[in-house]
Structures are given as C-alpha cells and as structure tokens.
Design a protein around this ligand. Structure first.
Ligand code: GDP
Length: 176
C-alpha cells in the first residue's frame, strides 16, 4: 500500500497524582525536553500535545495536567472523563504520595472508561540513593497485581520519561 496517508489518531492522556510529584515536569520533559528545578507552573492549565509514530500510525497525544487543582479532588472526574490513558505519578521520596497514587488508580479503575490504559510512574528516581521511601519492588508488585505499566522515572535526568509515554502510546491504537 503505497501513497496511503497515515491517519492521525488523537488520544487523551491525563496525569494524576499529588502536588509536586512532578506531573508537569514529566510532560515538559517529554514534550519540550526541558526541566526546571523550581517551578513548572508556567504551563499550568496545562494542555500540551505531542505526536509520536507507532509503526506507520501517527498518534497524537493530548496531555492534560491537573494544573495544581489536584487539591480539589471533586474536579478530578473532569480531567479523566473521556481519557484513553492516565499516568498516575508518585514521588519515590515520599511514601504518602504512593498511598495517594493507589487511591487514584482505584478511582480510575472504577470511574474512568473501562478500557483506560493506566501507567504508574515513580518519579524523582534521581534521588533514590539519598532519600528513597518507596521500594521499587513494592511498586512493581502493586503494578503487576493491578495490570499497570510501571516505571521509575526522572523528569530531571529524563530517565524512562520517553519510555513510559511510548509504552502507553504503543497500546493506544489497539483501543480503536
Ligand atoms: P506537579 O505539581 O506534580 O506538577 O510537580 P512539578 O512538575 O511542578 O514538580 C514539583 C517539583 O519537583 C519541582 O521543583 C520540580 O523541579 C521537581 N521535580 C519534578 N520532577 C523531578 C525529578 O524527576 N527529580 C527531581 N529531583 N525533582 C523533580
């Protein structure tokens, strides 16, 4: 099949998790290849798109960040309504954020689309040697039990950032 234009499939992906775990930073790293040590809220609001190729399919990822409104949990359904995929982010140096991530996962499993693809990102892995609070094995086990894609990431060093977005993107065309 020559001369066949590849279709562009848009997919909605949301990032959920506690404040300051690095949701905006992961999006900024993935889309623009940048990292800011102090604040990322400039993209607050935040809706960014990134187009990636999966074989001969072009997938347009529409990335939604909760823009600091994760405090207002009641607004959450607005973010994940219609989402094809979600990345639930926690900070490996803060055990509370892992507990909260599990609550987000449960909520998605019960309230979001039944075929939503969920990934769990243990972010700030660059700080693992000094201040790790969440063991990788615990998160791995939890992810396996819940059918989640799982990676430890660093928006700072970019470790696994492309990989986690691409692991999700590869599954998206199969949804349609
Ligand atoms: P959000 O509230 O979840 O969107 O978190 P932000 O993206 O605003 O990040 C919160 C803080 O954590 C900022 O100071 C970031 O620079 C920092 N941060 C984000 N990701 C990483 C990371 O992978 N490693 C380190 N060391 N800091 C990070």
């Amino acid at each position: 099949a020559t001369g066949q234009p590849a279709g562009i499939c848009p997919f909605k992906m949301v990032l959920l998790g506690e404040s300051a775990v690095g949701k905006s930073s992961l999006v900024l790293r993935f889309v623009e290849g940048k990292f800011h040590e102090y604040e990322v809220s400039t993209i607050g609001g935040a809706y960014l798109t990134q187009t990636v190729s999966i074989g001969d399919i072009t997938v347009k990822l529409e990335l939604w960040d909760t823009a600091g409104r994760e405090k207002y949990h009641s607004l959450a359904p607005m973010y994940y309504r219609g989402a094809h995929a979600a990345i639930v982010v926690y900070d490996i140096t803060n055990a509370d954020t892992f507990s909260r991530a599990k609550v987000w996962v449960k909520e998605l499993q019960h309230q979001a689309a039944s075929n939503i693809i969920i990934a769990l990102a243990g972010n700030k892995v660059d700080l693992a040697t000094t201040t790790r609070q969440v063991e990788v094995a615990d998160a791995q086990t939890y992810a396996e039990e819940n059918g989640l894609i799982f990676m430890e990431t660093s928006a700072k060093t970019s470790m696994n950032v492309n990989d986690i977005f691409m692991a999700i993107a590869r599954k998206l065309p199969k949804l349609k």
